[in-house]
Design a protein around this ligand. Structure first.
Ligand code: HEC
Length: 128
């Protein structure tokens, strides 16, 4: 009996990293397709948009990026919920949550309509 339980535990550990690797690969691919043209995830530079290294859990609009519009001077923190809304359709999200933003229209014209794709991008961002 005991050896079966140990085998089951070992099997669970063997499966877990493999699943995470897949989720992260999907997230990386989706990020590269949807976000990378405008965002870097290393601590090096800003592109058309601000650097996103460590973005999950960070206060919005607080890098030294010079061209924040909607996110200039805001006071909220990025979590899974607002990130999901933001990348679903940034312009509509701003319109629907006007109290969260500065009032200047965002220049991030991005719509990721697929919920699973958004979730994988968010998982990827959490790892950066
Ligand atoms: C066409 C260029 C472009 C693309 C593509 C783009 N963004 Fe952006 N992003 C921007 C710009 C510009 C800003 C600044 C927005 C503002 O202040 O109005 C921004 C801001 C952000 C912020 C806020 C950062 C902070 O410091 O608070 C997050 C988070 C973000 N983008 C995530 C994403 C994700 C995730 C994707 C891919 C699904 C993506 N963006 C795709 C241009 C882009």
């Amino acid at each position: 009996m005991k050896s079966i339980r140990i085998a089951a535990v070992l099997a669970a550990f063997a499966i877990l990293p493999a699943t995470q690797a897949t989720a992260n690969d999907d997230g990386q691919k989706a990020f590269e397709k949807r976000c990378k043209a405008c965002h870097d995830v290393k601590f090096e530079k800003h592109k058309v948009g601000p650097n996103l290294a460590g973005i999950m859990g960070r206060a919005a609009g607080t890098t030294d990026f010079k061209k924040y519009k909607a996110l200039e001077g805001v006071s909220f923190t990025w979590d899974e919920t607002n990130m999901d809304g933001w990348i679903t359709d940034a312009k509509t999200y701003q319109k629907d949550h006007a109290d969260m933003f500065s009032g200047k229209p965002t220049t991030m014209n991005v719509k990721v309509k697929d919920a699973a794709e958004r979730a994988s991008i968010i998982e990827y961002l959490k790892s950066k």
